[in-house]
Design a protein around this ligand. Structure first.
Ligand code: SF4
Length: 348
């Protein structure tokens, strides 16, 4: 930190601030030319500014901007350098498959792959991508090694950068005066640009606004007496994350699961949450709609075990929740207004 007080090094804080500002405004961040060995301090200083502010949305914007820029920069690097980054930064095992003449002797389907990566390293990031080629089931694997194209490896590396920023909350050292000033400037910029969203703590009132489907899954999960199906877990986790519940709190909802597959559940919740954090504050997976829940036998109204008149006027549990939460805050318990204001969307 003393280094940052030296007037000669003012540029480090200025560049770090500019980098955070670029992330905040969703513009391209400017990489230092690395002409001076002290330039490596710019990135950690930018991370410190964001961590000191502790705004989840700003962290998410920084993760997005840094990850995109890393991907762009990697495109200019030679393969040995990229392999070195994988090993030294993440401990990944990546190796070349060989030059064109060596690859020409491989089966046709493998000739376009320049590199291979250990499957456990591939799995650190690939499940957060959603196209099918990132699914392990769609990849060729030989003794734990997965052939991978150079551009795919760049994507994995930039995805890992994003993860580290999203997960890497660290102890903040005593900040230099210049850095504190930069934090204040970014804070006042962020105020106008980021809608602050308080993490949701589930209160009794909010739980009362749950639609019957979510209410049943939530109660079953909390009681820990039955194993929720994969579809039910996905619907419940996507719903809770979407209404603004913190990832740790969602994990706790599933902690009583009798099948003790907690690592699978943790992975699923993290996967849904990662998708959310890569988009808008309320972006990411939308919980399945009523039709899908009905097909999967997860709608108690459709199954005839309970009834709520609001269910006839919504197509998604979120729509139910928003309306019912509004009614609760206004103290409305007469539901006859539905039929006056809304057309029925489904019949039971
Ligand atoms: S109708 Fe929709 S909101 Fe109502 S219980 Fe069924 S799935 Fe849930």
């Amino acid at each position: 930190m003393e280094l940052l007080e030296d007037p000669e090094n003012n540029y480090i804080v200025e560049e770090a601030e500019a980098r955070v500002f670029a992330a905040l405004t969703q513009s391209e961040i400017r990489y230092p030319m690395m002409e001076n060995e002290k330039d490596v301090l710019i990135y950690p200083a930018a991370r410190l500014i964001v961590e000191e502010l502790g705004l989840p949305r700003l962290r998410s914007l920084q993760a997005e901007a840094e990850s995109k820029e890393a991907n762009r920069q990697l495109g200019n690097e030679e393969i040995p350098f990229v392999i070195e980054i994988c090993e030294s930064s993440f401990g990944w095992s990546v190796k070349s498959i060989g030059d064109l003449s060596k690859r020409a002797s491989l089966p046709l389907m493998l000739r376009t792959y320049e590199l291979q990566i250990r499957f456990e390293n591939f799995l650190e990031v690939a499940p957060t991508f959603h196209s099918e080629e990132w699914s392990l089931i769609n990849r060729y694997m030989d003794k734990g090694w997965i052939p991978i194209r150079r551009l795919e490896l760049n994507r994995l590396i930039s995805g890992k950068f994003r993860q580290l920023i999203m997960q890497g909350r660290f102890d903040i050292p005593k900040m230099s005066q210049r850095l504190i000033e930069a934090v204040h400037r970014i804070e006042s910029e962020a105020k106008g640009r980021i809608r602050q969203v308080e993490p949701l703590k589930l209160t009794e009132t909010l739980a009362t606004a749950f639609p019957p489907c979510i209410e049943k899954m939530y109660t079953d999960s909390k009681r820990g007496e039955v194993n929720l199906s994969h579809d039910a877990r996905f619907a419940l986790a996507a719903f809770l994350l979407r209404i603004g519940m913190e990832e740790d709190d969602v994990q706790r909802v599933f902690s009583g699961s009798p099948d003790k597959h907690t690592s699978t559940i943790e992975y699923q919740v993290r996967h849904i949450a990662t998708k959310r954090s890569s988009g808008e504050e309320r972006g990411g997976y939308v919980p399945p709609g009523c039709k899908k829940l009905q097909v999967n036998n997860l709608c108690p109204v459709y199954l005839g075990t309970t009834f709520d008149p609001l269910c006839e006027y919504v197509l998604n549990p979120l729509g139910f929740y928003q309306t019912r939460a509004w009614e609760l805050t206004k103290g409305i318990d007469d539901h006859s207004w539905y039929s006056k204001k809304r057309d029925k969307k489904q019949h039971f």
